[in-house]
Design a protein around this ligand. Structure first.
Ligand SMILES: *Cc1c(COP(=O)(O)O)cnc(C)c1O
Length: 392
């Protein structure tokens, strides 16, 4: 595989093209359950032109260090915090890990630390608990798949070091009752992390559009940290995540010395060392270019298409939406045909499908690449597949 002699550039590129031809493309619309999409063109332009810059060496790349700070400031503003303390990350997984690490470090002296989270939290919360040696206590959800705040309250023990809930669940795009959980966290003096990896670039604009009336961020007093991913609805290139803390001591608790580096590089809060600055610079560029107004338009368009999807779901008696969509994410229940059969038949037609376990649904994430045209073809195929499977 790794030859002694190198190959000419054309041969290499041709072979690579042949290999990645198997990849699904956003332009085909087939990745129907992806939370990422084609980055905005300004982000792509910045990204390819700044590939060599290392955000693990912000002493060398002082300008990029400034840009990172401005991204954190913009995110703080978007999430209702004037003085944010945070870092960019590689995405929601790293952000959740850092939030839970901060909670564990701040809660000194607890020998068997526990974190409480509803059953619908993203799997990265399970992974973080595993990595950190923290016990994760899962609590039940209501019939709309929202956390039951009373169950969280009941699960608190002397070992509890943190609570995690979600604003925009991966399964259904549902928003947990952040205000009620925030009250509990405040009263019991427990750090409360809100995972808004997906919802962070959706809910603020739904609110602007009068399509949501919830507080999910630092507007809620008990919330101590929020994660939000530019590489999802922020239209930034992968890897782009953020974690913001309300209190400086949380950021300090996850900041470590790097003894061989200078100045801004001599401490790091992220898990990664060497990491791209390009995606941070691209995030800055797309946020500056689109502004709130630009993102509002993107969200409004995705919500229009979500309504279209709902019309098609209602028109097919073999399927049903698990909940009325809150954001541009729909969970589809199959009433007759087993879910795996529907998924298999749709995959055969080229769709790149995903399912959720709770409740068992087909996930539809209506990202900007999922156009009206794509949706119509998808639902024509789904109608056919469910009708065929039912008559078989
Ligand atoms: C996508 C997502 C994550 C994980 O983010 P990655 O960027 O894939 O690491 C975590 N939580 C929620 C709610 C998500 O939607």
């Amino acid at each position: 595989m790794f030859d002694e002699q190198g190959l000419p550039k054309e041969v290499v590129l041709e072979r690579l093209d042949a290999l990645i031809e198997a990849d699904s493309t956003y332009s085909s619309g087939h990745p129907i359950a992806s939370m990422s999409t084609l980055p905005h063109h300004i982000a792509t332009e910045v990204f390819v032109n700044t590939l060599e810059k290392n955000a693990g060496r912000l002493h060398t790349f002082k300008g990029s260090a400034q840009v990172e700070q401005e991204v954190i400031m913009m995110m703080g503003e978007m999430l209702g915090l004037g003085e944010p303390h945070g870092t960019t990350t590689s995405g929601g997984t790293e952000s959740n890990l850092l939030a839970m690490l901060a909670a564990r470090e701040v809660a000194k002296g607890i020998k068997r630390p526990e974190v409480i989270a509803p059953r619908t939290v993203h799997s990265s919360v399970d992974k973080s608990a595993w990595l950190l040696g923290v016990k994760l206590i899962k609590t039940p959800v209501d019939d709309q798949y929202r956390a039951r705040s009373q169950a969280i309250d009941n699960a608190i023990t002397e070992n509890t070091i943190g609570i995690v809930a979600t604003a925009g669940t991966t399964y259904l795009g549902q928003i947990d009752p952040i205000e009620r959980i925030g009250d509990i966290a405040l009263e019991r003096n427990i750090p409360f992390h809100v995972d808004a990896a997906f919802g962070g670039f959706v809910i603020p604009f739904l609110k602007d559009l009068g399509m949501a009336n919830v507080n999910f961020d630092f507007a809620v007093k008990g919330v101590t940290s929020v994660s939000s991913d530019p590489h999802k609805m922020g239209l930034a290139p992968i890897p782009a995540g953020t974690i913001i803390f309300r209190h400086p001591e949380f950021l300090k608790a996850i900041t470590r010395k790097v003894p061989y580096l200078q100045g801004a590089s001599s401490t790091q809060a992220s898990i990664l060392g060497t990491r791209p600055a390009a995606s941070i610079l691209a995030t800055w560029a797309v946020m500056k270019h689109l502004g709130r107004e630009g993102y509002r338009k993107v969200v409004a368009e995705c919500m229009n298409r979500t309504r279209l999807a709902m019309d098609r779901i209602r028109a097919n008696p073999a399927v049903r939406a698990a909940i009325e969509p809150i954001m541009n994410l729909v969970g589809i229940l199959s009433e007759e045909t087993p879910l795996e059969t529907v998924v298999r038949l749709m995959e055969e037609k080229g769709w790149r499908m995903a399912t959720s376990p709770l409740p068992p649904t087909i996930r539809l994430v209506i990202m900007p690449h999922v156009t009206e045209e794509v949706l119509n073809v998808f639902f024509d195929d789904l109608d056919q597949v469910t009708a065929r499977a039912a008559s078989a």
